[in-house]
Design a protein around this ligand. Sequence first.
Ligand SMILES: [Zn+2]
Length: 84
Amino acid sequence: MAATKPQKVWNKGVVGEPKPPRAVETTARCTTTGCGAQPGGARRHPGWVLIEVVGSTEPKRYFCSWDCAAYGSALAELRVGDTR
Ligand SMILES: [Zn+2]
């Protein structure tokens, strides 16, 4: 499919397939054991991030990195006041 003129202008004449966007790590894709799990038990992870959003239906969760924590935080914030 040929690019339209406005697309070419916006794209500064670059042709070919676009590069895939930077991978965003999520709890679904993170392979770290225990990432996104609820805290509890004796296992503690120094340097991990605890996310708790007041009023969210999502429980507190531990994440292995700020990337994962950002994902968890966004998810929890989406579920504030969600009573379903
Ligand atoms: Zn993670």
